[in-house]
Design a binder for this molecule. Sequence first.
Ligand SMILES: *[C@@H]1O[C@H](CO)[C@@H](O)[C@H](O)[C@H]1NC(C)=O
Ligand SMILES: *[C@@H]1O[C@H](CO)[C@@H](O)[C@H](O)[C@H]1NC(C)=O
Ligand SMILES: *[C@@H]1O[C@H](CO)[C@@H](O)[C@H](O)[C@H]1NC(C)=O
Ligand SMILES: *[C@@H]1O[C@H](CO)[C@@H](O)[C@H](O)[C@H]1NC(C)=O
Ligand SMILES: *[C@@H]1O[C@H](CO)[C@@H](O)[C@H](O)[C@H]1NC(C)=O
Length: 758
Amino acid sequence: MLLSLVAALAVTAAASARPADQAFFGAPPPPPPPLPAPAIPLGNDSHASSFAPLLPPAIPLAVKSPYLNCWLSAGGDDGSKGYLAGSWAQHWPVHYAGSQRDHRLSWAGLIDIDGETFEFLGAPLSDAAPLLGPSKVARQTAFVYTATRSIFTFEARGVEFNATFLSPVSPNDVVRQSLPFSYLIVEVDPSALAKHAISVYTDISGEWASGEASVDLTWTYTSGSGVGTHAISRQKQLRFGEVAEQAEYGRATYATALRKGVVAGSGPADQLRKRFIHHGKLDGSHDVEYRKLDDRQPVFGFSVALSGQDPTAVFTIGHVRDPYVNYVTPDGQVNLSGAWTTRWPHYIDAISAFQSSASRALDEATRFDHTLREDARRVSGDNYAAIVELSTRQAFATFELTTGVDDDWKEDKEAVMAHLKEISSNGDMTTIDVVFPLHPILLYTNPTLLAYLLEPLLRYTHSGLYPNRWPVHDLGTYPNSTGYNRGDDEPMPVEESGNMLWMALAYFQLTGDKAWVEKHYDVFKQWTTFLTDDGLVPAEQLSTDDFAGTLANQTNLAMKAIVGIGAMAELANGIGRWTDWVHYRSVAKAYAAEWTKMAMTDAGGVRHAKLAYQDEDSWGTLYNLFGDRALNLQLFDRNLYKDQAEWYERKFEKYGLPLDSRHAWAKTDWHLFAAGSATTKEGRDSFVDSLVDFLQAGKVDAPFPDLYETPTASFPGREGFDWPIYFIARPVVGGHFALLALEKADGANGVDEDHFRE
Ligand SMILES: *[C@@H]1O[C@H](CO)[C@@H](O)[C@H](O)[C@H]1NC(C)=O
Ligand SMILES: *[C@@H]1O[C@H](CO)[C@@H](O)[C@H](O)[C@H]1NC(C)=O
Ligand SMILES: *[C@@H]1O[C@H](CO)[C@@H](O)[C@H](O)[C@H]1NC(C)=O
Ligand SMILES: *[C@@H]1O[C@H](CO)[C@@H](O)[C@H](O)[C@H]1NC(C)=O
Ligand SMILES: *[C@@H]1O[C@H](CO)[C@@H](O)[C@H](O)[C@H]1NC(C)=O
């Protein structure tokens, strides 16, 4: 279908090709590669859809920013089971406790074939029957996901059509990556259009503009530059405010290209949809009775008549706001805008550019998806590809690229910063130990994005506003980067110091950016001094796994400190600070030897690392060993790698390796960090394969949860293990790219993976 889809869109593109687009997107793409073959047919029901590469717990629909984060729940007992028609899309708020209905994002799709109407997106007919007539649902025959696309194939009245949800990922283009928009592309088999009259209708509701169940809305419809745009917003804007993790300022947008046969309209949901059902098109009238979100549900849509020349309908969905975030400086809070505003000051122009470049975006996405798939398969096979493909949109949607600040602490439109939202766990802004598990995806796609994410943290440290000698834990609550000028942030001193130094060296090894190391050298040194004092024998404190509570002498945390000091040695080496190099290297080596004496035990007759120095009966997943491996520090003995690999083999549960001896739960990101220091291919594969088993068990029903129970594949607290914690749609799935980042780091550091495995 890609061939026909791309070819069809290329026609549209040629007609509207603008020279700017060429410069915008670079060279034309090679022919698109094939999609993965359906892997898991469900039962033997010939009416069932296939799902490839697998049926995920939730399917990404429009997943492009923290505030454009729309999914179709698929797993669990009452999810859609992966069928696009018949269930509404939704997003997930903080403190989610299993009630999806409250967080619906209504997005409806109908197709009219020779006067007969079928539902294919959401539940506009299923929910309203018999008011709108019999509920007819297009038969879903296939579902495929790639890194950037979710592709559903349907059949109705013998006509085949596809609905493709594309959330572009543009790691090398800050401006385009910052656009808070996503595509829905509906494509009908062109040969069917010769025989049938076919039109498509889609709408969105006010739920996209606010998380409050009953809020006063206002809306506009604008047409210009060949694009029609609905914009819906709260009447009373709450700048920088949120409800249930939705932005309460700015506007939700829904747009399409205005060509022959396209009609825009708005109205009460049942009325507008009924008009389409009866006439196969809208009549162009708009609802002007501004009212509450839940009062005769106002919806905003388009009807699009298809033809042999125009077999596709492309819709752009988005959420825009300005400013994006505010940022702490010695002169007070500064507003920062989305990076795209430097190119398109008005959002309508940004939407217009996005909408009219759909075919190029699809080409680019196809290439990106293909490259990622091939890279992932080479590194660790099809299962690994299925995991990183499902993680890509989720990870990229958790940070936003904005303008930066200049040396006078004013907004600088030329400069770039990135800001991360700790989605789901608590909404913190730019949490270091969440940037850290995310960062492998950035090393793989574009390490400069990592520098953009570290920039707000480094700037804040340089400002002198933060009083502690370790790095701040986070910068505030998204989208407020207010800092912690009293030093009263969540204390994670050893963890965050080690994380910053590890990420700094990872970035430097891939970019050779000496100027950046020089610029921040003093704060790196300050953190290293702290680690030298407090890192080998860490006092009772939290590690990044703060849900497990505090503990003294955590071996994995001490290892993070040692890796941090070792990383500092290499940063010093990289810019010719020989004295520091020799000093930190010798400290790190000495600490590694001490660590080995204190951390290892032969308890139970098998050598392994304890969880804490003082607890002989404990053990843990030593995922920070990946730092020694990926940064090529060679601080720890090869025997340690082997001992741990053998130990893990004994401790694997049905769905993976528990995080440590205290609980049965596992973290998916640390699973793949641990896989990165496996000493055999089988050892590595067992981490990867168990994550696929977890997903396929179908127990969880939300965007790639990163904390689950290894005996059951359920959320914690669900089947007799631990207590309820829902980690959903979080940035940390970027850590699933650890094996891809490792391959790249090995290339830069001249390490031979095969040699390592011997
Ligand atoms: C829909 O997608 C499938 C692949 O998933 C492809 O084989 C088919 O040709 C496509 N159909 C249309 C009408 O685009
Ligand atoms: C298909 O499923 C039905 C039950 O739904 C069963 O009776 C039948 O034997 C199955 N056929 C095959 C070939 O597995
Ligand atoms: C951000 O700060 C503003 C005040 O400047 C406040 O109104 C808003 O609720 C805060 N947002 C969040 C998510 O806490
Ligand atoms: C930030 O932006 C808002 C809205 O544009 C404006 O009212 C406010 O004064 C700005 N704050 C600063 C510090 O510039
Ligand atoms: C932590 O480890 C050190 C060194 O082995 C030991 O002296 C200390 O008692 C331990 N702390 C706790 C709380 O057990």
